[in-house]
Design a protein around this ligand. Structure first.
Ligand code: ADP
Ligand code: ZN
Length: 214
């Protein structure tokens, strides 16, 4: 099986949700650079202090900082067998850096309509404690403001506020979308359509599993 897998797709497309499911299914660690930064912010580490404003406002953290963090993470033992890399690379420079320290077996690209993406982003809520994601209408928690999984508080990410969503989608289009042709040239991309609602997620998951069988 292909085991070193990059997850691509617009902010809000549902990458995080699907990658968590795939991580269990494939037994591969889910490496999310966004989650890693949010952890640093929460713990107020040096890195967290440096990245705070950028992350909260939906900008990109400087390449050297992210690349160093990812390189370090992928060198840990649980990554020996492969990984699902979500949120990195985000531009061509990061993609080239990644090539310089590891090989990539496959790129899974999540695709949805712009309307769907904006709705997912603006309604998204996240558990402070475990990172589980919800949606005000599509996937509300059983009791308001409290995580079903761990009882933690649910909040709206600062960068999910309308004024920052625009910035993120603009950056995506300009910096991250060019990665599609970068990996197409290397014949690595599989597209997954994720317009369907949350209830259908296991059908999508089956579809992906089928593609990755060999
Ligand atoms: P999104 O929902 O926009 O995909 P993530 O949770 O992946 O967001 O990332 C949150 C934020 O963390 C980004 O907006 C950015 O500030 C920072 N970040 C994450 N990955 C990277 C990266 N590869 N390069 C630069 N900044 C990053
Ligand atoms: Zn939780």
């Amino acid at each position: 099986m292909k085991k070193k897998i990059i997850i691509l797709g617009s902010p809000g497309v549902g990458k995080g949700t699907y990658t968590r499911l795939l991580s269990k299914e494939f037994g591969l660690p889910h490496i999310s650079t966004g989650d890693m930064f949010r952890e640093h912010l929460k713990k107020k580490t040096e890195l967290g202090k440096k990245a705070k404003k950028i992350v909260n406002e939906g900008g990109l953290v400087p390449d050297e900082i992210v690349s160093e963090m990812v390189k370090h993470r992928l060198a840990q033992e649980d990554c020996n067998n492969g990984w699902l890399l979500d949120g990195y690379p985000r531009n061509i420079n990061q993609a080239e850096t990644l090539q310089s320290f590891t090989k990539v077996d496959s790129v899974l690209r999540f695709v949805a309509d712009k309307k769907v993406i904006i709705d997912r982003l603006s309604g998204r809520r996240v558990c402070k404690k475990c990172g589980a994601t919800y949606h005000v209408r599509n996937v509300p928690p059983k009791s308001e403001g409290i995580c079903d999984k761990c009882g933690g508080d649910i909040y709206q990410r600062k960068d999910d506020k309308p004024e920052f969503i625009k910035t993120r989608l603009k950056i995506y289009k300009k910096q991250t979308a060019p990665l599609i042709s970068f990996y197409q040239k290397r014949d690595l991309i599989t597209d997954v359509n994720v317009n369907s609602e949350y209830e259908k997620r296991y059908e999508v998951l089956e579809w992906i599993k089928e593609k990755f069988k060999d």
